[in-house]
Every structure is written in structure tokens, then in C-alpha cells.
Design a protein around this ligand. Structure first.
Ligand code: ZN
Length: 329
């Protein structure tokens, strides 16, 4: 994949790439954004481009690119938490390695993934290196929680912010990765524009089966007499409460969108959404309440049935509050 093909970031990345090629890049870059927004992929492409000796960087075929891609480039240092944290010893070992001249003469490249997992002492040790750069190292810090980094670290970095892509851009990226357009659109909607999440869902048959079960359960809810029957298939899924509620939350947001005439994330499900008689806002409230109940040790079957009873008592409304479809009809 080329940097410029990274939908949603093309302009920003080309601009940064020009600085790389002109040798004007800052000493440290902080790639920050939500999980699955592509920051790690782009940071790696960037790092690869800085070592690439081909014409169009990153070319992917020159010896330097090949060494980068198979993890054997001697001047590329990748740190990621092996257990839960990146400790001060890891940073010290890195600083020692950076004190040596780079093997290929192009400078050192440091990629710190999940940078927020650096302990406070690790961050302090790194700070000294970022403050007084000795030599020619270029740092890429990658994080989805920049708030967990020392402000002194953040202020030494040029920040590159990532956001979730639009569902259309996300689907475009998935198609370029070889998925069929229909499937790509469906996954992009379910992942709300997160490429990483879409790829996770694609490989997670259990999650997809749970989603079908959750939607089937919501669709079975037509009146008071249906509550127990609709809830029953979900009640036995031990440990899946969190995922089930996440699926319901996205469904609720999409119902709200459809009920006020806006585009849903899951546009591939537009028909199913418009046939659903649940009120989006009431479902969202129900999800929030159920999460609070679970946190205070209410059992999952009780929390779920409470939610369903509340839901069937709430008529569907549109944006201006007019009562539209009613459960009792
Ligand atoms: Zn190359």
C-alpha cells in the first residue's frame, strides 16, 4: 500500500512525506487516534519510506524496504509492550543502541507502539533523549491514549492526529485490501469506519453470530408477552453481555439516524433498520441503564428483561418528538 492511497489522509501524508524527502522533518512524531484508525499502518509506511532507497517511497522492493518489512533492518528499532508495559530498562537499551552510528548511514528509526504503555520512569528516560537529540534518530510514537503520556513528551513531538474514517472511505480501504465491495460496505458500517475493527470483525465468526442473535432478539420484541422469549436466547451467553450491549448501542444509534432521516453507519442494513419498530433513543437509554445495572451486580437476564419491558412501553418517535409507530398498534 502507498501512503497516498490511505484514504482520508492522502493530503496530510503527502505533505509530511515531502518534509521527509526534503530532510526537514522534526525529530519526533506522535501518531495518535482511536484504535483501528490506521495510525500504526501509516506510521510504519512512513518509517519504511524514510529508509527506502527506491524512487517512489516506500517502494517495497528495494533491499532496505525488504529488510524493514521482514524486521531485520539494523537501524530500525521497534518497541512494544511485551507484557503490559514498556519499562525503563527497555528505553535504556534503546538509548544505548542509538548512541552507535547507524549501520546504513541513514540514521536510526524508532517506532514505539502503544506508547502509552511506557511507565513513568520509562517516559522520563525517553524525555532526555527527545530533549537533546544525540545524532540522527527519528522517533515515531504511536498511541490511542495520548493523555497517558507526559505532557513534556507530547510537547516534544509533532502531533499527527487520526480519526475514524467515514464509512465510505473505510469500505474503500477494505476493497483495496481485496474484500468484495458489498462485504466491505457491510463491515465498514459495523465497524463505524474503523479499518482495524472491520478486519477484526471479518475474522470473528463468533461475534458475527452474536450480532445476528442480538438483532433477532430485538426484532422478536413486539409486545409484553414477547419479552421473556425475545430475551431468552441472549441470556445464556455468559460473558457476551458487553459485546451484546455494544451491538445494541450501534443499532440504537442507527435507528435514531434512520428515524430522523439521516444516513446510518450500517447503510447495508437500511431496510432492516427501517422495519425495526424500536425507538432508537429508548434503546440507547436502555443500553446505558443495563450497563449501569451490570456494574452494580444486577444479573444479565434481569438487566436485559428490564430493558425490554421499558422498550415495549416506549412508542417510536421521530426527530420532532411526534409519536409515530406505536407498539400497541
Ligand atoms: Zn524501498
Amino acid at each position: 500500500m502507498k501512503l497516498s492511497e490511505f484514504a482520508g489522509y492522502g493530503d496530510k501524508m503527502e505533505q509530511l512525506m515531502r518534509s521527509v524527502q526534503a530532510g526537514r522533518i522534526v525529530h519526533a512524531l506522535l501518531f495518535e487516534g482511536p484504535r483501528g484508525s490506521g495510525k500504526r499502518t501509516v506510521a510504519r509506511l512512513f518509517a519504511q519510506a524514510t529508509v527506502c532507497t527506491g524512487r517512489e517511497k516506500p517502494c517495497g522492493v528495494c533491499p532496505a524496504c525488504k529488510r524493514f518489512l521482514n524486521g531485520t533492518h539494523p537501524d530500525v528499532h521497534v518497541l512494544r509492550p511485551e507484557k503490559k508495559t514498556i519499562g525503563v530498562d527497555d528505553i535504556r537499551a534503546l538509548i544505548d543502541a542509538l548512541a552507535l552510528k547507524s549501520y546504513e548511514g541513514g540514521g536510526h528509526i524508532v517506532l514505539i507502539e502503544q506508547a502509552e504503555s511506557m511507565t513513568a520512569s520509562a517516559q522520563n528516560a525517553l524525555l532526555k533523549t527527545l530533549e537533546s537529540p544525540s545524532g540522527d534518530a527519528l522517533f515515531f510514537l504511536i498511541t490511542d491514549a495520548p493523555g497517558s503520556l507526559l505532557s513534556t513528551i507530547v510537547s516534544r513531538c509533532q502531533r499527527v492526529r487520526f480519526h475514524d474514517l467515514s464509512v465510505e472511505d473505510c469500505a474503500g480501504v477494505l476493497v483495496r485490501r481485496g474484500l468484495a465491495p458489498g462485504r466491505a460496505a457491510q463491515l465498514a458500517g459495523m465497524a463505524q469506519g474503523s479499518v482495524g475493527r472491520a478486519l477484526e470483525i471479518d475474522g470473528d465468526g463468533e461475534w458475527q453470530a452474536l450480532r445476528e442473535k442480538v438483532l433477532g432478539s430485538l426484532e422478536a420484541l413486539k409486545g409484553r408477552a414477547d419479552v421473556a422469549g425475545a430475551a431468552a436466547p441472549l441470556e445464556t451467553d455468559k460473558g457476551a453481555e458487553g459485546d451484546a450491549l455494544d451491538i445494541m448501542e450501534l443499532w440504537a444509534r442507527d435507528l435514531m439516524a434512520v428515524q430522523c432521516g439521516a444516513a446510518p453507519y450500517q447503510s447495508a442494513e437500511a431496510g432492516r433498520l427501517s422495519r425495526c419498530r424500536l425507538d432508537g433513543r429508548a434503546l440507547l437509554k436502555g443500553v446505558i441503564r443495563a450497563r449501569m445495572q451490570l456494574a452494580s451486580n444486577v444479573s444479565w437476564p434481569n438487566a436485559l428483561e428490564n430493558m425490554y419491558f421499558q422498550l415495549i412501553n416506549t412508542p417510536t418517535t421521530d426527530t420532532i418528538g411526534r409519536t409515530g409507530l406505536s407498539w400497541q398498534r
